[in-house]
Design a protein around this ligand. Structure first.
Ligand SMILES: C[S@@+](CC[C@H](N)C(=O)[O-])C[C@H]1O[C@@H](n2cnc3c(N)ncnc32)[C@H](O)[C@@H]1O
Length: 196
């Protein structure tokens, strides 16, 4: 095993162990903690819509940091957390009835991930297609000046995605958390001040 691979694996194990110890449902929790430390989004939010929320690590972090927050979460898989402030829908986000939403949200989170093929550009195209679909829901879901945080796997569609976000938001930033593996194509985008 190359030393870089070994180090990366150690690091992965470190966050898995840390999550277990601290009672978080996923190692992904630390990515949202780091994003929030840098961009200070959770304390300012009242209502979150979360795409790809299972098992629920990000929900836990959001509620820990802001106990008053209300979350609407959607995933194909079951959420492993039950909380009176979480409204969960177990379904494909593509089939969800967004017209029925009475509320608009000040923070939209997406850690959604398609099943991976291991072929980087195919996986990139799949996650990008999901993100274009998610962005198309913003007019129904997001309040003016709202914030969007999403994971993406880097690749060819990234430029188009960023262009769309820059047209719709006043501030768009990239962020690679320490808890995200260095050798992974994963990166996060934080878009602030939705223009509506
Ligand atoms: C990386 S996990 C999210 C982890 C979560 N942030 C946490 O901290 O627990 C990605 C999730 O996206 C979900 N997903 C993938 N395709 C989906 C779809 N079409 N509709 C809803 N959820 C989907 C998967 O089921 C998976 O649970």
């Amino acid at each position: 095993m190359k030393s870089k691979d070994w180090l990366n694996r150690q690091k992965r194990d470190f966050y898995v162990k840390k999550a277990k110890k601290q009672g978080y449902l996923s190692r992904a929790s630390y990515k949202l903690i780091e994003i929030d430390n840098k961009f200070n989004i959770l304390k300012k939010s009242k209502k979150i819509f979360e795409f790809g929320a299972a098992p629920g690590g990000w929900c836990q972090v959001a509620l820990d940091i802001n106990p008053n927050i209300h979350i609407t979460a959607i995933d194909l898989l079951e959420l492993k957390i039950n909380h009176p402030q979480i409204k969960f829908y177990k379904e494909n986000f593509l089939n969800f009835n967004y017209d029925k939403q009475e509320n608009k949200y000040d923070l939209i989170l997406s850690d959604i991930a398609p099943n991976t093929t291991g072929h980087q550009s195919t996986d990139h195209l799949r996650i990008s297609s999901m993100l274009f679909d998610i962005i198309n829901k913003f007019d129904k879901l997001m309040i003016k000046n709202g914030v969007f945080v999403t994971k993406i796997w880097k690749g060819s569609e990234e430029k188009d995605l960023i262009n769309i976000l820059q047209n719709r938001f006043s501030e768009v930033s990239y962020f690679k958390p320490q808890s995200s593996r260095k050798d992974s194509a994963e990166i996060f985008i934080v878009a602030k001040k939705f223009k509506n």
